[in-house]
Ligand binder design. Structure first.
Ligand SMILES: Nc1ncnc2c1ncn2[C@@H]1O[C@H](COP(=O)(O)OP(=O)(O)O)[C@@H](O)[C@H]1O
Ligand SMILES: [Mg+2]
Length: 338
């Protein structure tokens, strides 16, 4: 049995359109108008036990809505989902005891209490035996390096410390399925890295099935072998990052460092120049021609270095989303939200 199996999952939000002005308000009372928005559109995938899958998509793509349905927080409009054999929205206790969701933008710990007190509450809710509770709490706190923070009021913690405590709280009952919705959002680079490391180790040390959503490429690139790409509610890709690159990007990037200055027109005949100085140039060249082009360049110029790389994954994702009809003209930089 698959840990997670999703068939044709669809969520349509209906929201009330309010008409303007007093007259409009009165009119709306009698003649309600609704606007429909398809947030998740006929999505299907399945995930094996122990897999760590990244769900990627721009803002508003439908990631959170999908995870909410898989957590039983929302009813789908149509379609089915099975998580550990349960229909999540039936919210059986047996299901709740085996799963956890963390939302980066929402706190589950009590704001005015130290995390340790919230953990005690979880212990009761999930009926975790005392010895196991202590062991897991202490072990997780040590691995996340927050052992000395558990008795500090949550509101006084930094964002990163808070997220680490959220992680502990949601893992105390050793869920078999874990949903991490933007766990690194807003964190500083060091905390992001720590959370990432932890998730990686946790996933490899247990057979927990994890879905992670993020719009930081670094998270996905470092953690997930498999990615699911959601665009405007639809699943547009499901597979490995390597396959994603191969499937969508025909070019590779060739970078040359010249021994003596070179004119731009002399190099332009080999491919699409993306960066250029008289001493150094980068070109995009199709996979099929790159070996030939590299040989020709080696023959024609005196060079110090030549490298061939894949197009950075951020470009790849951006190209896919822009092909799907969305233009994003933000400049590129590492770990910039897609
Ligand atoms: N409660 C809601 N009512 C109406 N529309 C919503 C609601 N929640 C989300 N949406 C819309 O559904 C779409 C998907 O949202 P969401 O699942 O939060 O996307 P993501 O998590 O990928 O950013 C967005 O267009 C969003 O505006
Ligand atoms: Mg979201």
């Amino acid at each position: 049995m698959k840990a997670i199996d999703v068939r044709g999952l669809t969520k349509i939000y209906r929201s009330h359109v309010k008409q303007e002005g007093l007259f409009g308000s009165v009119k709306s009372l009698f003649n309600r108008q609704f606007k429909e928005h398809i947030a998740v559109n006929d999505v299907s995938f399945s995930i094996d036990e122990g897999e760590l899958v990244g769900m990627l998509g721009s803002n508003g793509a439908g990631k959170t809505t999908t995870l909410k349905m898989l957590s039983g927080l929302l009813h789908p409009t149509s379609g089915t989902a099975s998580v550990l054999g349960f229909a999540p929205w039936e919210r059986k206790n047996e299901f709740k005891r085996q799963f956890s969701i963390i939302m980066g933008q929402r706190n589950q710990l009590w704001w005015d209490l130290p995390a340790a007190d919230s953990f005690l509450l979880n212990k009761e809710i999930y009926q975790i035996p005392e010895a196991e509770f202590r062991k897991r709490r202490d072990d997780l706190a040590e691995r996340l390096d927050v052992a000395d923070k558990l008795h500090v009021q949550v509101r006084r913690l930094s964002l990163g410390e808070r997220m680490k405590c959220e992680l502990i709280g949601s893992l105390l009952h050793a869920p078999r399925v874990l949903f991490l919705d933007e766990p690194t959002i807003g964190l500083d680079v060091v905390a992001q890295q720590a959370v990432r490391e932890f998730v990686r180790e946790y996933n490899s040390g247990t057979s927990t099935t994890i879905i992670l959503t993020s719009h930081y490429m670094d998270d996905i690139e470092e953690l997930c072998k498999r990615v699911i790409l959601i665009d405007d509610g639809k699943l547009v890709f499901d597979g490995s990052l390597a396959r994603l690159i191969e499937q969508y990007i025909e070019d590779k990037i060739l970078t040359v460092v010249f021994r003596s200055p070179v004119q731009r027109p002399d190099i332009e005949r080999y491919g699409l120049v993306t960066e250029w100085t008289p001493e150094r140039a980068s070109l995009r060249i199709s996979r099929n021609n790159i070996a030939e082009a590299a040989a020709a360049i080696l023959n024609s110029f005196s060079i110090i270095d030549l490298t061939i790389e894949e197009v950075p994954i951020e470009y790849v994702i951006r190209e896919i989303f822009s092909r799907a009809g969305k233009q994003d003209s933000q400049p590129l930089s590492p770990s910039k939200p897609v």
